[in-house]
Design a protein around this ligand. Structure first.
Ligand SMILES: [Zn+2]
Length: 67
């Protein structure tokens, strides 16, 4: 599952236990060892891209309004 942290950035969390710590070397949850599905990793990657794009757009808009 994917959480959004208070800063608005996406965070990948374990589907089984909800913890957000992953062993990135093995692609498994630190807490319960559940493998992170490739679909979940892809979904998270897309969420990060959308977040970065949204931030970039916001910064451009902020810059335009002050100029
Ligand atoms: Zn887990």
């Amino acid at each position: 599952m994917i959480f959004t942290n208070p800063a608005g950035a996406p965070e990948l969390a374990c589907d089984a236990c909800g913890c957000r710590w992953f062993d990135r070397m093995n692609g498994t949850c630190y807490e319960c060892g559940t493998p992170v599905a490739p679909e979940a990793q892809e979904e998270f990657r897309l969420a990060v891209e959308a977040y970065v794009a949204a931030r970039r757009t916001a910064q451009v808009c902020a810059g335009a309004s002050t100029a």
